[in-house]
Design a protein around this ligand. Sequence first.
Ligand code: GTP
Ligand code: MG
Length: 214
Amino acid sequence: MTEPKFNDAEIEAGRLLFARPFVFVKGCVSIADLPEPDRIEIAFAGRSNVGKSSLINGLTGTTGLARTSNTPGRTQELNIFESQHAPLRIVDMPGYGFAKAPEAKVKQWTRLIHSYLTGRQNLRRVYVLIDGRHGPNANDQSVMNELDKAAVSYQVVVTKADKPNSAELKDAIAKTRAEIAKRPAAHPHLIITSSETKFGLEELRTEILALLHQ
Ligand code: GTP
Ligand code: MG
């Protein structure tokens, strides 16, 4: 793999950024609820149950910061978290492609996700999470299409790398890489993670820190 590697000082700075407290600010059900765009935002997007909230907890080392669940559809609002020490806001998004909630709810979430992802001026990067057991599906493709169209910078993160066997993971990674390769707004480097084993979290923290310094 041709992964860009960070030096020890960069890794340590990334660790420190996330070792300092993040707090839950609010849950937003509409764009009007969002806080002032006064600092850099990053958002975690992906299918329901892909592990968005777990990844935020893993990055911050805080188990209950973002609420997680076995049941897809746990996160129903744009949940806002802020660093107490750095001008960084993290947005945990509702999952897309969740069909078991009432139709009106799903429509409302889909509209909210779309407006946020394509219209937020201080949104520096979207992390699009793809399940390491499956690779990208049609819902993932349509979100990436939107981000490409709106020229919003995004980076793909494979989640739950501890779950599939190595052949399945390899297959999901290959399919995900093929998807990224054809997309103009996608960061070319794929990050592989597991919130369970903490694999890849150090690298993701360092990537996020680099955004603050851009
Ligand atoms: P919604 O809010 O419903 O869209 O889901 P989400 O994407 O926030 O997923 P969440 O973090 O709630 O995780 C869903 C389930 O997957 C939970 O049962 C987590 O414990 C589990 N999970 C998340 N990440 C990992 C991982 O890296 N490895 C394993 N084995 N399980 C994980
Ligand atoms: Mg969630």
